[in-house]
Design a protein around this ligand. Structure first.
Ligand code: PEP
Ligand code: MN
Length: 450
């Protein structure tokens, strides 16, 4: 099946196979891969085209400054962490952050989880050497096992089915929680404010929460429709990395004739796989879903414009989000020319800032961490640079968790490098913990109001 655009080559969900595809697992058992993909193709989708279109509309509104996007979740979800407690805590922190951001930005927040499908990771090197022994790198639970065992590190196609099932279970529970009233603002789910009592700006944070709660009680006493208070939109996203998996979940919507990836509302292309003539860009250009692209500090502005043209030939609003991840030190130089070129080209784009991936450092012992102040620093610069260039920063992208982990340093508890070992859970990149995430939301909400 092909789909023609005026100025474009035909597209099909598997046309990307003709092009170089980076970061794809080398499955020894090709037959098992085929049969697994065949089963995946027949299973019911996780999301619905109208939901995807709704998200795209909201992303477009965010680009126009009418909404603000909060995208966040684990660097890599684990199969073993698909539990009630884990999902509940993640939803709780995301909803609390979105309330604070609504207060700060005075805009409705687009809630977008890095959740229900974030099971595959790009790696800088194919192998990992421990004590002189080389193992294939861990590529996420959708591909192989984290355990350091050569046999378990071999890519296993059946993990794709497990990833799909876990995604379905996660999303099912999220939908149940929302329908069941978990997001009900009147309950204002217990804020663990004591966790940031030591923060320098603590008094201010407490005042903000009190103001939010007052506003909720006020709306309630005015008889604002309880339905509006009780329900929220929530969308899912993950990196569209494993192209065989993603194309198996791609379906043509008979009513519009458009192709949707129905395994998530939004996908993004990573910094390592966004080559103009690469398979990932080819696959994503045919999707009607909103698509994100991570943009690092070395990106050439002209190339990014070409990327936008390929991914969004109709210049549809909300279709492409550029998620810049420059690093605190490089954002000042790298972001302004990008903004200028792209605004001159008149291509529509939604801008988001990922202040995590350009600020990773490795401490002795090889543990990856990020410093709270560096994350905040990149965000602050990003807000300012957009403003100076008459551009709109439409959203933020975080790696975070609702748990009390010790993966990033700093924040109100002032975690140090030596504290990291205490509760470092991530198998990939370090996440903000509950209190660091909460504080980050307060800081952003101050930022936008200045
Ligand atoms: C990620 O989002 O986990 C990631 C790998 O990011 P990037 O592609 O920006 O490096
Ligand atoms: Mn990451």
């Amino acid at each position: 099946m092909t789909q023609h655009h005026q100025d474009q080559q035909p597209w099909s969900p598997t046309g990307w196979r003709e092009l170089p595809a980076r970061q794809q697992p080398a499955y020894p058992d090709k037959e098992l891969l085929q049969s697994t993909l065949d089963s995946l193709r027949t299973l019911p989708p996780l999301v619905y085209p109208t939901e995807i279109e709704q998200l795209k509309k909201q992303m477009g509104a965010a680009a126009a400054g009418q909404r603000f996007i909060l995208q966040g979740g684990d660097c890599a979800e684990r199969f073993s962490e698909c539990t009630q407690a884990n999902i509940t805590n993640k939803m709780k922190i995301l909803l609390q952050m979105s309330l604070i951001l609504t207060y700060g930005t005075r805009k409705p927040v687009v809630r977008l989880g890095r959740i229900a499908g974030q099971y595959a990771k790009p790696r800088s090197s194919a192998e990992e050497t421990v004590n002189g022994v080389s193992y294939p790198s861990y590529r996420g639970d959708a591909v192989n096992d984290y355990e350091l065992d050569a046999a378990r590190r071999v890519p296993d196609p059946q993990r794709l089915m497990q990833a799909y099932s876990r995604s379905a279970l996660t999303l099912n529970y999220i939908r149940a929680m929302i329908n069941g009233g978990f997001a009900d603002l009147r309950h204002a789910f217990a804020w663990k404010l004591h966790s940031i009592e030591k923060a320098k700006k603590w008094e201010e944070y407490r005042d903000i929460v009190e103001t939010i709660l007052d506003a909720i009680h006020f709306m309630e006493s005015c008889g604002v429709d309880s339905y509006l208070l009780a329900s929220v939109d929530f969308f899912t996203s993950h990196e569209g990395l494993l192209l065989e998996y993603e194309s198996a979940l791609t379906h043509r919507d008979p009513s519009s004739g458009r192709y949707y990836n129905m395994g998530a509302h939004m996908l993004w292309i990573g910094e390592r796989t966004r080559q103009l003539d690469g398979a990932h860009v080819e696959y994503c250009r045919g999707l009607a879903n909103p698509v994100g692209v991570k943009i690092g500090p070395d990106a050439d502005p002209e190339e990014v414009i070409e990327l936008l043209r390929r991914l969004n030939p109709a210049n549809e609003e909300g279709k492409v989000t550029l998620i810049t991840r420059m690093g605190m030190e490089r954002v000042e130089k790298a972001l302004p020319p990008l903004l200028r070129h792209i605004h001159q080209s008149k291509t529509s784009v939604t801008w988001s800032c990922d202040p995590m991936h350009g600020n990773t450092r490795t401490v002795s012992g090889g543990i990856k961490t990020r410093t709270f102040d560096h994350i905040e620093g990149e965000l602050e610069s990003c807000f300012r640079i957009h403003q100076e260039n008459s551009s709109t920063l439409a959203g933020v992208h975080f790696e975070l968790t609702g748990e009390d982990v010790t993966e990033c340093t700093g924040g109100s508890a002032n975690l140090q490098d030596k504290d990291l070992a205490r509760n470092y859970v991530s198998t990939c990149d370090p996440r903000l913990n509950y209190s660091q995430s909460l504080e980050m939301a307060f800081l952003i909400s101050r930022q936008v109001r200045l």
